[in-house]
Design a protein around this ligand. Structure first.
Ligand SMILES: NC(=O)C1=CN([C@@H]2O[C@H](COP(=O)(O)OP(=O)(O)OC[C@H]3O[C@@H](n4cnc5c(N)ncnc54)[C@H](O)[C@@H]3O)[C@@H](O)[C@H]2O)C=CC1
Ligand SMILES: O=CCc1c[nH]c2ccccc12
Length: 291
């Protein structure tokens, strides 16, 4: 079983909807076995980052899988630039660690390092150069707020294809302005931290709604549906890419199986978002969002 559904970016490239993340639990750790297990069990989209300090072991997992390059979708993210270093030079170092000659998607991980140097536009121009040089098939951003996106859109030759942000019911209300601006420009949202209501905010106001939806979906499907799949399906119905991670093969299979879970109804989506709006809980990147 592997993912079949794809999401089309504003540059025409297609992205497998489900990504295996190598940050969080694998941050600074050897990612080889986990990446190999993810690929062996059907995930083709790998989410890496310079910050995670494990691009080399992500690359080793990719190699060990034996998959051909064109069957995989590989993402990494720019952390910071050394003095005098270009974005292209920085990406070239990542490519070497990953053992590939291009990434499918390259993201600015977080706007703050560039903002601190007054160089956000310059960094985006560097991303465009990396893209034009063939080092990245698509380029985008991560953790960008409305003001950050507006700044790089002003004068951009390439519109970002993706903004990777935290997305779950407890940040849904806060995410509206950036998602709406992104939508105006055809920028696809990639979501991370999507399981937060179940793993980082247990007992929150969305619990009961998730449980009710899960029971209805299970009855409709006639097969098990998990609470995790309810959240993943909600993200998918928002048109977003899902970036998640796990050390358990059963959860990889469960995540992929979300493709086969029936849709939430508009009423269920509304109920989940209404419950989510009762609690604001951000798991990551407080330094950017100031919450
Ligand atoms: N761009 C950025 O700034 C960020 C990107 N990320 C990316 O997103 C990836 C995933 O981030 P997370 O917050 O870890 O994602 P997540 O919110 O999906 O949480 C994953 C965790 O949920 C649990 N889980 C997974 N499947 C489950 C299931 N079926 N039932 C119950 N619990 C389950 C596991 O404990 C797992 O470690 C990272 O590895 C990284 O690649 C994460 C944070 C920030
Ligand atoms: O990409 C994720 C960056 C991040 C922010 N906070 C943490 C904590 C642990 C691992 C990664 C991250």
């Amino acid at each position: 079983m592997s993912t079949t559904h794809t999401i089309t970016l504003n540059d025409g490239n297609r992205v497998p909807w489900l990504a295996f993340g190598t940050g969080t639990a694998l941050y600074g750790k050897n990612a080889t076995d986990s990446v190999r297990a993810a690929i062996d069990n059907g995930i083709t989209h790998l989410d890496g980052a310079q910050l995670y300090n494990n691009e080399d072991t992500l690359g080793a997992g990719i190699k060990a899988s034996g998959k051909s390059r064109s069957d995989l979708y590989i993402v990494t993210k720019l952390n910071k630039l050394d003095p005098g270093q270009t974005v292209k030079e920085s990406l070239a170092i990542s490519l070497k660690k990953l053992g590939v000659d291009y990434v499918d998607l390259f993201l600015i991980h977080n706007p703050l390092p560039a903002i601190k140097e007054g160089k956000l536009k310059e960094w985006w121009q560097g991303m465009e150069e990396a893209h034009n040089g063939g080092l990245a098939k698509s380029i985008g951003v991560s953790n960008f707020r409305v003001e950050d996106l507006k700044e790089i859109l002003d004068g951009a030759n390439v519109i970002p294809a993706v903004n990777q942000i935290e997305l779950h019911p407890y940040v849904w209300k806060a995410a509206q302005p950036i998602m709406n601006l992104g939508r105006e420009h055809g920028i696809v949202t990639a979501s991370y931290g999507g399981q937060t209501p179940l793993v980082r905010a247990v007992g929150g106001p969305a619990d009961r709604v998730i449980s009710t939806i899960r029971e209805r979906l299970e009855r409709t499907r006639g097969k098990p549906v998990s609470s995790s799949q309810v959240l993943t399906k909600w993200i998918l119905q928002k048109g977003a890419i899902v970036v998640t991670t796990t050390s358990k093969v059963s959860r990889i299979k469960e995540a992929i199986d979300t493709e086969n879970v029936p849709d939430l109804t508009p009423e269920e989506i509304h109920a989940l978002e209404a419950a989510g709006s009762l609690l604001h809980k951000r798991a990551y990147m407080a330094e950017v969002f100031g919450e």
